[in-house]
Design a protein around this ligand. Structure first.
Ligand SMILES: [Zn+2]
Ligand SMILES: [Zn+2]
Length: 561
């Protein structure tokens, strides 16, 4: 029997971290991207906005288009679509067909148009049950329940059989829009032709039981909002969580409140979701924030961004007392209808404290069940494995411990150890007639980006950390190298190094030491400015270390005649 062409899957991100999900499906040198996400940077990466996949391997092995023929975007979360502008910037000849649901494409459209890259993509809308050719494969998309509308499970028919990707998924039997995860279709595929390889979300692989239904959260919100008689209510939620927003608005409406949205992404997403018919709200329930000022507090509800403590977002401004529209006081109730994303816990705690200090009553997941996860827990994962009964399995979308927990769960479900492959960022695996094997590690590096400008190297980050920890010292001197004399200086300026009054004696010590070293080097006939600057730097560094035990970033500059 003739051998079928092998199919490779390369994970450029998302395996070993929550964020920057991006996989490359490839056969015969033709590639399709499955998602292209970014990861939010924490405090350990000062000044870094995002961490994105390293696309260099695509370029090096596939030429200026990366041999990428299309991208399928499973849903509209940033960890799945946020790096698309960066991909297009780095692959200069790529014009990319991007497949996704209407809501996903709506957010991608905005993202690419902000980056001036709309002409580099063709957005192709697909709906539940659609089958279409994508690069060398056929792709079938099916509904999945998650914390954003329009999520899609993808089944790729390849020369090596069906590769099923779960997308970010949960099994919610009572979702707000009634659109349940397509277990029956997955079961049908499992029966015929069978699922050769399953890639599945591991985010909650170590959380026991099942996640709560989104509509259960709606009931809690309705009751909580009903209890806030005489008070203004402010709800912080993810701007893409349209079903949560729908339930908040329904709860407001049931208690006679008019709703205004606050925060640009909230306003944009609500408008998009209404336009697409995903958000069902009678227009009289919504008004502009500027019109709320005339209404009494108990008739008002504001749904806003910033529940993750993001700087400049609406809730953060309220906590700081700088929001243009809302001054928090002791008749306000603020509900955090979200859970901190890992890494944001400290910022969210600071935000809650800030709001409490302004007098607000604060409700959050610590004191009320006002949120549920969008990712299936162990029981749900077991149902997926049971229905899909894949031949091979790779856990994806999770920190390393989540991937391990998911691999163990697959074994608990009866898969043999050799059928479960634990992979990391950068791993290239190949599915052939002989089965699935690890082939190479090609490009799992983190690439740091700051706004829309290019990469930030690790040297910049090291310096930023040093600046943050130990400050900055600049040393200036003017010399006459012909005569071998110091004309003026050294002058010293510092930022964030040592507090007054100790500063003055340390400055004098550095000045004396640098002057002495410069004079002796000049007297010995040193004329090279770079050598003199290096001497000033090392002297200042040594003196700082001896006197303060600090290692500031030091800049030394020689001026001359
Ligand atoms: Zn997601
Ligand atoms: Zn995700």
């Amino acid at each position: 029997m003739a051998l079928a062409a092998p199919v490779a899957v390369t994970f450029l991100g998302g395996l070993g971290e929550i964020g920057r999900n991006c996989a490359v499906l490839e056969t015969a040198g033709r590639r399709v991207l499955l998602d292209c996400g970014r990861m939010f940077a924490g405090d350990e990466l000062p000044g870094v906005e995002s961490v994105i996949p390293d696309f260099r391997w695509l370029l090096e092995s596939g030429g200026p288009s990366g041999a990428v023929e299309a991208c399928v975007a499973t849903h509209a979360h940033e960890d799945h679509i946020g790096a698309l502008p960066h991909l297009l910037e780095r692959l200069p000849t790529l014009t990319l067909p991007v497949y996704g649901s209407a809501f996903t494409l709506g957010l991608i459209h905005h993202k690419l148009s902000e980056a001036g890259l709309l002409d580099r993509a063709e957005l192709r809308e697909v709906g539940d049950g659609d089958r279409f050719a994508v690069g060398p494969f056929e792709c079938e998309v099916m509904p999945v329940t998650h914390s954003v509308p329009g999520g899609l499970i993808t089944a790729f028919t390849t020369p090596q059989g069906v590769i099923l990707h779960s997308s970010d998924f949960k099994l919610d039997l009572t979702p707000v829009d009634g659109r349940r995860t397509a277990l029956s279709r997955i079961g049908a595929l499992a029966h015929n032709p069978g699922i050769r390889l399953l890639l599945a979300d591991s985010t909650n692989a170590d959380a026991p039981g099942s996640s709560r239904s989104e509509t259960d959260v709606g009931a809690v919100l309705r009751e909580a909002i009903a209890q806030q008689a005489g008070r203004r209510v402010i709800v912080g939620a993810f701007a893409s969580h349209i079903h949560r927003i729908q339930q908040v608005i329904e709860a407001a409406s049931a208690t006679g409140r008019t709703v205004a949205t606050l925060g640009r992404s909230m306003q944009r997403n609500v408008a998009l979701a209404r336009e697409l018919g995903l958000l069902q709200i009678p227009s009289h329930c919504l008004c502009d924030i500027s019109d709320l000022q005339d209404l009494p507090a108990e008739q008002v509800l504001i749904v806003c961004t910033g529940s993750q403590g993001e700087p400049f977002a609406a809730l953060t401004q309220m906590a700081e007392g700088t929001n243009k529209w809302i001054d928090i006081n002791d008749t306000d109730t603020v509900i955090f209808s979200s859970h901190p994303i890992p890494g944001n816990e400290a910022a969210v705690a600071a935000l809650r404290n800030g709001l409490a200090r302004q007098g607000a009553r604060v409700l959050h997941t610590g004191n009320l069940d006002v949120h549920t996860t969008g990712h299936g827990q162990r029981q749900e994962l077991k149902v997926l494995h049971s229905v899909a009964s894949p031949e091979w399995f790779v856990p994806v979308h999770g920190e390393y411990s989540h991937l391990v927990a998911h691999a163990n769960l697959a074994r608990d479900m009866g898969m043999t150890t050799d059928r479960v492959l634990l992979c990391c960022d950068g791993d290239l695996i190949e599915l052939s007639d002989d089965g699935l094997r690890h082939v190479d590690s090609v490009g799992g590096a983190h690439v740091y980006v700051d706004g829309t400008v290019g990469d930030l190297g690790s040297q910049v980050l090291t310096e930023r950390r040093k600046l943050g920890a130990d400050g900055f010292v600049a040393v200036f001197a003017v010399v006459d190298t012909d005569q071998g004399i110091l004309i003026s200086g050294p002058q010293i300026r510092t930022h964030g190094w040592v507090e007054e009054p100790a500063l003055q004696s340390h400055l004098a010590a550095i000045g004396d030491a640098v002057q002495k070293e410069l004079n002796s080097a000049l007297a010995a006939g040193e004329t090279d400015r770079k050598a003199l600057e290096d001497l000033m730097t090392s002297t200042a560094r040594r003196t700082s270390r001896e006197r303060t035990r600090r290692k500031p970033v030091i800049a030394a500059v020689i001026g001359g005649t």
